[in-house]
Design a protein around this ligand. Sequence first.
Ligand code: ADP
Length: 650
Amino acid sequence: MRVRVIAHDMATRKSDNFEMMRSGLNLIQQALSIYDSDLKLAVCNRRFQEMFNLPEELVTPGSPFDETIRFLARRGDYGDVAEIETFVSEKVEQALAFEPHYVERQRANGTTISVEGSPLRTGGWVTVYTDITEIKQQEELLRSHSAQLSDQLLDRSEKLAQTNRQLAATISALEETKHQLIESEARTRMTSEMTPAHIARLDRNEVYTYSNRRLREVIPDRSGEIVGLNACEALGEEAYRKIKPNLDQAFAGTGNVFEFDLGKGNRRVRVAFTPDFGPGGEVVGAYILSMDITQEAQARAVLMQTRKRELAAQLASGLAHDFSNLLTIIVGLQGKMERLPDLPVTAQEAIGTTKAAALRGGMLLDRLSDISGRRELTASAVKVDDLFDTVSAMIAATLPNSVSLEFINENVADTVLMDQGFMQDALINMVLNARDAISGTGAITVATRTRGTTWLEFEVSDTGPGFSDEALERGLDPFFTTKAGEGSGLGLTMIYDFAQLSGGRIRISNIPDGGACVSVQLPLRITTGVVPSGMVLLVEDTEEIRTSVRTMLRDIGHSVLEADSAEEALALARVPGVTHVLSDIMLSGKMNGLEMVEAIKDAGLDVPTIMMTGLPPQDPARKTAGDKFALLPKPFSQEQLRAVFAGLQP
Ligand code: ADP
């Protein structure tokens, strides 16, 4: 091909020096000649002269074509030519037709040449002669071995066919595998999208190389399209900072699972990192699975609280019953002593304090049980001022002189219905917390007010340092305390439970100018608080308790019928004029208090009933009693007894 182009150029530039063209053509391996349209030699190369062994005059430009043919024919180059002149004129005729042609011929010297003639655009033609003797010999050789070769060929082609078949089978297997891979990839992708979690992969540069579209379900304000982003861009500063140490751990080859809070603890997120190992065992990335577990964490916290409460309940229940009976006796005897004539003032004070302490002992005992289970509330008629007096008397002695305590009743003049024992205990707790918080001089204020017609509010504020951030967040959790060794962490929890149980609420906060504020709101229930006198059937098998309760009942204006067993009570129930039944739940004998009350009712006496008990709140009998009747936990004071009777009034 290249040869022809060169020849073409040579032929078109007629004015060029022949020698120059010739030397150019000499670089070509094949023999080459160019004749013009008059069949005169335009140019040829040295190889042309050598190949045909031509005399000088025949390779000189202008030499006629027929001369060269004649020379060669005579020399026998074309084999046996019968009539030389006829042969020459045939060749000349052929040449003048200027048809492109290709022939192979054997020369007299035994060599074989190919002759390829191509007409030139400008007239004349170029001929390229190639010595193909060797190729021809090889072909001959091949032909002579054809039998043997064809066997080999057959064998080979059979093998090829077999290989082809194997390849075809492999290809279809590959196709099938590819198909399955595509399907499995689609399934994996689908599974990953359906899984309610964010699933992703990070490379070693912390850039996302894969992510399903669920990041927003874990961190709502982030983009769903994060492939190509680095972890910090994708997750935001806060989340990135929190996962970084664990990500590093995964990059170091250790998978891990951890949880963290986001957005001021509004969300809890669980993340699992799995290192992605490359073929050489090196870590090339990490897979991440993260999910929002806020609800689970909340449920877990509630469960934890419940467990802690159950534990507290178990601890309390063993003690409660016997201990409360003892306290009831102490309170009763103190009440009796109070009424002795000509008592010196100091003795009066001592008796008052002992009584208050015994009542508080009962309350503390109860509190442990209270936070453990749904204690039933016993609503009674309460005057807030009386409540404040009681709390003041109980607490004043525990405050240092440097801390002042003020009670402010803003507008609660009416008698209200509430569980006095609980409320009293709540206020004591709040005041003691305020006292503990104040170091040095300070002031505590206990205020009460109604909020509209719906709420009755008690608020304890102090001038201490206020709640710490952690206490603001966790202060209501059971057992959360910052008073190492001294606090139980149950005070605010108890108040929280009480508020919840009453249908109210508790709020802990800090006052902008400094100091803490705890406010408890209860549904406002106003009552007349008048207790009309009546005849009470008192059923109690412990004589000391029966005696002191009888005194209390008489003091609040009732006449009393006493029974120390269910059987005796059933007999007394027939006495006309009985207005109330006040009975212990546990009675010696065949019937307990509850069964006895049922029997009395069956006998035709259906009057308001109050059950006293020292049983712990979770005791089934106490629960049944609380569901059906007013409940009075032991020990109790005369005021509490009066309040329960007032609460029974419609
Ligand atoms: P305890 O008093 O046994 O620690 P509480 O449930 O009553 O248990 O209180 C929990 C925590 O709340 C306290 O340990 C304290 O850190 C914080 N706290 C309660 N009241 C106040 C207050 N008035 N001022 C500052 N912190 C308080």
